[in-house]
Design a protein around this ligand. Structure first.
Ligand SMILES: CC/C=C\C/C=C\C/C=C\CC/C=C/CC(=O)SCCNC(=O)CCNC(=O)[C@H](O)C(C)(C)COP(=O)(O)OP(=O)(O)OC[C@H]1O[C@@H](n2cnc3c(N)ncnc32)[C@H](O)[C@@H]1OP(=O)(O)O
Length: 341
């Protein structure tokens, strides 16, 4: 066996991992008997990337790297969502300084994951739009579980243009025609469709099967000289990382300008209270009353929390085109959306 596993370190790792998981972490790390780290993403409700979550992901990747763990599998602790991508709260009415720090953190995490010296695989056990898709695509191998889940790049439906480095990654994974079609139309792929265009490598019956299939991929490297594997990966992936390193500021400025555009902001507030992957972005037509209506729904949700059905409220704004604007202090206007009376 050419690949040196890290059995000796397991006792220490086990105690260290236990320590990490007592910190109310959003990522649970377990190192199995084969020396493979399983990173279970568990940030409720949908593993969306907030600044803190990205920083935690960054630390988790450092943990894997620094402990010379040979391979890592990314998966979700939730039964229906792998990751919903960027946290819409980071995108809605962003503070310029914070947003730029957020995006810089995202770039760093991407470079760390994409350029990891250890083997990376994703067991995609649920919905995986936009940033969720990028995270999976940055791994070396992807197994998605069958079901009604989709994966894809829905950025244009949000008024966003995916960063160049993400486009390059997709273009280098599936063919250019499929990439162009998928990006421009915000196409979401079922597992079968994703397999057909090679967005994913395998389909699994369930999460355990997905992890087992990822492990089977990782096992292949038992027969490969570690330094040959690592250097080959670095030669293939290095240029894309270098390219981003040289253009980080422009990339950040470009995405910030896109995010603060009024059209993107309208979609962002709608996103907070609906299920956008299945929504038709064409209904977000930009009428001011509807925008005010949805913003009020957002405010009531913030004030009333679990008592208030934010999604129902936003849907009703869309249905009635903003003709019945809720006022959080007017009981009659919000009673249809109160659920614990
Ligand atoms: C490799 C690098 C490492 C990391 C990279 C990370 C990111 C890279 C990113 C970026 C580069 C490319 C740019 C990407 C742009 C984006 O990612 S924008 C975000 C796009 N995301 C979406 O469009 C998904 C939106 N969500 C959904 O479609 C559905 O919620 C989902 C299918 C995920 C789940 O559906 P369902 O199970 O029915 O749940 P709900 O819709 O009811 O949602 C449950 C609660 O979760 C809240 N929520 C959903 N998505 C987000 C989100 N993105 N941010 C914050 N919160 C979200 C939703 O509001 C519900 O909350 P509530 O219960 O009502 O309080």
């Amino acid at each position: 066996m050419l690949l040196r596993r890290v059995y000796k370190q397991h006792r220490w790792l086990a105690s260290h991992v236990k320590f990490l998981s007592t910190q109310k972490s959003s990522i649970d790390i377990k190192v199995d008997n084969d020396g493979i780290a399983i990173l279970n993403l568990q940030r409720p409700p949908v593993n969306s990337f907030s600044m803190d979550f990205l920083k935690e992901l960054s630390k988790s990747l450092d943990f894997v790297e620094n402990n010379k763990i040979t391979a890592m599998i990314l998966t979700s602790a939730f039964p229906r969502v792998f990751s919903a991508g960027l946290d819409i709260n980071e995108v809605y009415k962003p503070d310029a300084v914070r947003f730029k720090e957020f995006w810089t953190t995202l770039q760093e995490v991407w470079m760390k994951l994409f350029g990891a010296r250890f083997i990376t695989a994703a067991a995609i056990n649920g919905q995986s739009p936009a940033g969720g898709c990028l995270m999976a695509m940055s791994c070396e191998y992807r197994v998605m579980i069958k079901g009604t889940f989709t994966i894809g790049m829905n950025e244009t439906s949000l008024g966003l243009i995916a960063p160049t480095w993400f486009m390059e990654l997709v273009k280098n994974t599936i063919n250019v025609r499929d990439a162009e079609y998928a990006f421009t139309t915000s196409r979401m792929f079922t597992p079968e469709e994703a397999l057909k265009v090679r967005l994913i490598d395998e389909i699994a019956a369930d999460k355990d099967d997905a992890i087992a299939k990822c492990k089977r991929f990782i096992k292949k490297f038992d027969e490969i000289t570690p330094s040959a594997r690592i250097n080959t990966k670095m030669k293939l992936r290095g240029p894309a990382i270098k390219k981003l390193q040289n253009t980080r500021q422009e990339d950040t400025e470009e995405i910030y300008q896109l995010v603060i555009h009024p059209d993107t902001q309208k979609v962002a507030i709608f996103q907070l209270y609906s299920s956008p992957v299945s929504a038709n972005p064409a209904i977000i037509t930009g009428y001011d009353p509807m925008e005010v209506c949805i913003e009020n729904c957002a405010q009531c949700k913030k004030m009333l929390g679990a008592w208030f059905e934010g999604q129902l409220c936003a849907e009703s704004c869309i249905k009635y085109r903003g003709k019945m604007i809720p006022d959080c202090e007017n009981y009659a206007s919000i009673s249809p959306f109160l659920n614990k009376l």
